[in-house]
Design a protein around this ligand. Structure first.
Ligand code: SF4
Length: 417
């Protein structure tokens, strides 16, 4: 068969058109949706009533690059702490918008603690647990009314672990009446999407403009999440918050989140993301921010920190020197970004290669802005450095780390800003 000759194309589908939601902040709003880049957000896991600890963790998340930070507001003590947390962050020059995560008693807390309602930039409402029956409608209406009064956007965040049971029953009854009932997963998807879309319509009927509504429908299965968001993207034009809920611990959580979110992002679906990984005990909460940034950067959607391309290593390079150099270089680049991002605009898109031997080392290094190809076993003990595709110099000695970092810094100073 004769193949039609045409260039092989790449890149994600155009972003789905959504309302742009402005999340207010002291130094200007963070925009979710519209033409804005996909926003990285995170959530604290401290007791919100502990102002000290929560402020520290928000700072850590912001330092890592979180553009919005959510915190649970579950008790009167937590609601009282929110304005104090806001004040402490403002005093420290950290103006990240804070999002309040409300369940069960959000209508009470927002009413009883107006300073909390004002200090938060956005409210997350879970339509599955704002009440039952008539009280559900009035409690939901109370939260929307307060959000309208303070001109705050909301996220209507459906979660399959706390799905509105009355709505689920209604969808199941409708399914039972079909001549060919749908399979159970499809019924669940329908209930999730319906809950989000109907709750958003209800919010609009109560006076909340569409450009102050973000929707999410979180599940913990990769293919479930993809199915639900594909449908959600067809049924509405609200900005969408993506996240695989309860993704899991360590690499499992990272892989599952990346698998689900990358498919959707590639299809142009998703305006803000959160990676819900369970941190390893004692590890930094900021890991979820780094993973979110790396996911967006790997997909070519945004650049945050220069990326290191490194080979996996094999029998041709048996020393740990190569692994250490790759790891140290990535750490160095991330640390430098606190200064570089203002001083050297554009540096975040720089590519750095660290390769183990001459098989692929020179080739890959030539494709990077700056790259190093280490000597493999039996090769001359010299490391070739390439800049912009051309051989620049040879490095020797025990302190390759420092020598290479000095060359990277020189490259940055001469090419950016
Ligand atoms: S570049 Fe060399 S060391 Fe790295 S994986 Fe390829 S052959 Fe192995």
């Amino acid at each position: 068969m004769k193949r039609e000759e045409k260039p092989i194309s790449s890149g994600s589908a155009p972003r789905r058109k959504t309302h742009a939601v402005a999340v207010p902040g002291n130094t200007g709003p963070v925009i979710i949706g519209g033409d804005a880049p996909v926003v990285v957000q995170s959530m604290t896991n401290t007791d919100t009533s502990d102002v000290e600890q929560t402020v520290c963790q928000v700072m850590e998340l912001v330092q890592a690059g979180s553009e919005l930070v959510r915190m649970t507001v579950n008790t009167p003590a937590a609601a009282q702490a929110v304005p104090l947390i806001r004040q402490r962050l403002d005093d420290a020059g950290i103006h990240v918008p804070l999002i309040g995560d409300f369940h069960f008693n959000g209508h009470v807390l927002l009413q009883d603690f107006p300073a909390c309602a004002r200090a938060l930039a956005k409210y997350r409402i879970n339509p599955g647990n704002v009440g039952i029956g008539e009280s559900r409608d009035s409690q939901f209406a109370t939260m929307i009314d307060i959000a309208c009064r303070y001109e705050k956007p909301v996220r209507i965040g459906v979660n399959w672990g706390s799905l509105d049971q009355a709505l689920l029953k209604r969808i199941m009854d409708e399914n039972a009446g079909r001549s060919a009932p749908w399979p159970a997963p499809s019924v669940m998807y329908e209930a999730l999407v319906t809950s989000a879309v109907e709750s958003a319509a209800q919010a609009e009927a109560l006076g909340m403009p569409a450009d102050r509504i973000v929707l999410s429908c979180k599940v913990s299965g990769v293919q479930d999440l993809i199915a639900v968001y594909r449908e959600l993207s067809v049924r509405c034009d609200y900005a969408l918050h993506l996240g695989l809920t309860e993704a899991g611990v360590g690499s499992k959580g990272i892989v599952a989140s990346s698998a689900a979110l990358s498919v959707l992002l590639e299809e142009g679906i998703g305006d803000t993301i959160r990676i819900s990984i369970t941190p390893d005990p004692g590890s930094s909460r900021a890991r979820e921010v780094v993973v979110a940034q790396e996911l967006l950067q790997s997909m070519g959607l945004r650049n945050f920190v220069p990326m290191v391309t490194s080979c996996p290593g094999c029998g041709r390079t048996s020393s740990t020197l190569f692994q250490e150099l790759a790891s140290n270089t990535q750490h160095y680049l991330r640390e430098q970004m606190t200064v570089w991002k203002n001083r050297y605009p554009g540096v975040e898109s720089m590519n750095v290669a660290v390769m183990g031997c001459i098989v692929n080392g020179p080739g890959e290094s030539q494709h990077a802005n700056i790259g190093i190809s280490l000597p493999g076993n039996g090769e001359t003990p010299m490391a070739m450095v390439f800049e912009d595709g051309k051989r620049k110099t040879m490095l020797r000695g025990d302190n390759l780390d420092e020598q290479f970092q000095a060359l990277i810094l020189k490259y940055v100073q001469s090419h950016y800003g």
